[in-house]
Design a protein around this ligand. Structure first.
Ligand code: ADP
Ligand code: MG
Length: 238
């Protein structure tokens, strides 16, 4: 689905990604873990083409991503951020229907119908007319997921979707993500939720200092990381 080859990304003198090969297959769920500052968000933003890699190339469904097709590709990749980024002046339903109507030209009626179905899926049908500031963090994040899904993306990228939530709200968001994974969605998830990664991910990628140090089956990685830094990271976090 997405294949990045030898991705480098620098900000000025700072080399953040130092040659990353990363791919996610159709229907695959990949968890990206690693210490703060290791480049996880930057990698995700490169995959979503929010950042242009300094060098290396990215293929989306076998097509080289370039300036010419980047707009189309972006529509196919949904993204969910740590801090939700909902439109504060729009209701929950309007948040969900905004992009399909504005970007894809879907009719308002059709977008509202599809939007209500998505809100039902994430358990927020009854909040459709609320404004975001009246929602809890967990509810906001579920709206953000519904909003991304409204564009009918082929891939969903999640950047620490539960890190800004109070502990009691983490599960309601992870449950929505788990259902999405089971529905066959292709997903890349940066997370510190190791239990979730172990249970839901098909593959875990461990990043440190701008490189992928190891990757593989979650059960194997969590029980027996092969890199020393992987071991140290898990000892700190588990
Ligand atoms: P992680 O998500 O693993 O915590 P990030 O990808 O956010 O790591 O950041 C990796 C490094 O890149 C950090 O040192 C961060 O300060 C730096 N960085 C990220 N984005 C920018 C940017 N837009 N400009 C300058 N430095 C950045
Ligand atoms: Mg980050």
């Amino acid at each position: 689905m997405i294949k990045g080859r030898s991705i480098h990304k620098s900000f000025g003198q700072l080399n953040v990604l130092k040659g990353i090969d990363f791919s996610v297959g159709k229907g695959e769920v990949v968890a990206v873990i690693g210490p703060s500052g290791s480049g996880k968000s930057t990698l995700l933003r490169c995959l979503n083409f929010l950042e242009e890699p300094t060098s290396g190339d990215i293929h989306f469904e076998e097509q080289l991503v370039s300036k010419k097709n980047i707009g189309k590709v972006r529509q196919e990749v949904g993204m969910v951020f740590q801090h939700f980024h909902l439109f504060p002046h729009l209701t929950v339903l309007e948040n969900v229907t905004y992009a399909p109507v504005r970007v894809k030209g879907v009719s308002k009626d059709q977008a509202a119908k599809a939007g209500m179905e998505l809100l039902t899926k994430v358990g927020l049908k009854d909040k459709c007319d609320e404004y975001p500031n009246r929602l809890s963090g967990g509810q906001k994040q579920r709206v953000a997921i519904a909003r991304a899904l409204a564009m009918e993306p082929k891939v969903m990228l999640f950047d620490e979707p539960t890190s800004a939530l109070d502990p009691e709200m983490v599960k309601e968001v992870l449950d929505v993500m788990k259902a999405l994974a089971h529905s066959g969605m292709t997903m890349v998830i940066v997370t510190h939720e190791m239990g979730f990664a172990r249970e839901v991910a098909d593959r875990v990628v461990f990043m440190d200092d701008g490189v992928i140090l190891e990757e593989g089956n979650p059960v194997e990685f969590f029980s027996n990381p092969t890199s020393t830094r992987g071991k140290v990271f898990l000892e700190k976090i588990l």
